[in-house]
Design a protein around this ligand. Structure first.
Ligand SMILES: [Zn+2]
Ligand SMILES: [Zn+2]
Length: 158
């Protein structure tokens, strides 16, 4: 598996590179993701913020309301407004939108979540874990990914 993946927005102003494999890949079928994408689900590559290098452009944060009253910070190309990544209140971990990769077919979800609102015509593979709501990260993530996450969430002194 090639580590470095690149992607960008529709107009080409924003380009990014992932400098390693992601921590984990979500396919989320929740109503928020459906609304935000205007589609049936979203594919999110979770990766440490310092492993996403913006090669060009300046993705602009937009705080988007969610059903629970919180907001999700979605970064969009300032020109074409395509959403390239987001965070869920923890800026150390970015959720990169899989459809903005140059080769979206090269990534496969590690888990399907919020299948309670999955559209009926999407059939999930038996080989990928799927959950009505969310899942226990400790049960599912590879140990190396858990260590990487803990390393970036660890509070730093001073
Ligand atoms: Zn653009
Ligand atoms: Zn979602």
């Amino acid at each position: 598996m090639s580590a470095a993946r690149e992607g960008g927005c529709a107009c080409g102003a924003v380009r990014y590179r992932l400098t390693s494999a992601p921590l984990f890949i979500h396919c989320c079928h929740c109503l928020n993701c459906q609304r935000q994408t205007g589609s049936a689900f979203v594919v999110n590559l979770l990766i440490e913020a310092d492993r996403l290098v913006v090669l060009s452009g300046a993705p602009q944060p937009v705080d988007v309301p969610r059903d629970d009253g919180s907001t999700q910070r979605i970064f969009r190309c300032p020109t074409c407004q395509v959403a390239v990544f987001s965070d869920y209140g923890r800026p150390q971990v970015l959720f990169v939108r899989g459809g903005t990769l140059d080769e979206p077919r090269e990534v496969t979800p590690d888990v399907h979540i919020y299948t309670r609102s999955k559209v009926g015509w999407v059939t999930l593979p038996d080989t990928t874990p799927a959950f009505e709501v969310y899942y226990d990260r400790r049960a599912l993530w590879p140990a190396a990914s858990q260590e990487r996450l803990e390393a970036v969430l660890r509070p730093t002194d001073g």
